[in-house]
Design a protein around this ligand. Sequence first.
Ligand SMILES: [Zn+2]
Ligand SMILES: [Zn+2]
Ligand SMILES: [Zn+2]
Length: 363
Amino acid sequence: MVEAGSDISFDSRNQISNTKDAPPPPLGFPDYLPYFKRYIDSKWCYHSSAVATATIIDVQDKFAFQIDIWSLIEQRWLDWDENPYRGEETPNEPVGDIWSFHFNVPITIIEGKRTDYINLYHTQDKTICLSCDGAGIRTCSSCDGAGHIDCNVCKRSGTQANGEKCSNCDGRGITQCSSCGTTGKQNCSRCDTVGWLLRWAVIRVKWFTIHSVLYEQNSTLPEKRIRKAPKTDFCTRDIPWSTDYTLDNYSDLFKYIQQYSPIQFQNHITEEYQKKHLSKADRSDRKMVKLSCSISQIPVKEILYTTGNHINKADPKKGYIFQYCQYGIDKDGFPLIYEKDYPLNCCGCFGERCACQCRCAIL
Ligand SMILES: [Zn+2]
Ligand SMILES: [Zn+2]
Ligand SMILES: [Zn+2]
């Protein structure tokens, strides 16, 4: 077993640069507006006059994180298998601890489930075949031992509807049983006529992955936006794990969060781990065998602006101030924008005077 806590890989290129280190060269506030205008112009029904007169009054650095945790759960149980006995060794030793046997564990993140098994030949034992009581042959199940069955044409009457003799059974009302050839007996297929079975224990194992996602942020971005945004890895780890471990084995990860993240969310990771992962492994037939954690981040800028005499009707507490978030980069290389209080966001396509701050009926 690899010791927990080893093999850590942090991506130093993606350290958050403006918490403890020097901040990036400041953009002049107006430099943000062209991106916002591009966003407003792309929105059907928005009118751009409010962005044309907007003045940015503050830009704050915020962060959003997505934390993915995967745990690989292993389930083991005992099964028995059998074959006709052919003179094999029959040590008949006890099974032992089923968790002491070694399996090759799959990777942490698997689709569906994987299974495997180990035959425990040391448990081999000879036992009488209960299907034939050791005789090797048994009563024919088709004719129930009679050797013949009722004629399926005349239903045992021996005559046809017109009163003539049934041609299928020659008037006898019964036909020969084809399953046993009239003997009323069949070879026992379970023991292959031997009368004895070889039985042995089999350890069966099943693996499946539990995945949970947690979001942490000090911005106002909805979780859906964080989920969809392109992100950079903050750190990833994938290590052999045991149900007995606690996340203290991840102490270097927590140290990293403390050092580089402006938000302290290690307690939430611990809660998530206990609730969504550890609790699922808390059964005598299950163990957690691998754990993987990935934390990715999106830098977010929260931008406050005023524009003309517009009052924030979506959030009256803000008065003349509006807010939007600039986060991540879209596929064309432009910043992604999130807002929900742009003043002219409804019916602006019919002219500025029609635009208002309310839910657009068309959208
Ligand atoms: Zn018949
Ligand atoms: Zn038969
Ligand atoms: Zn049998």
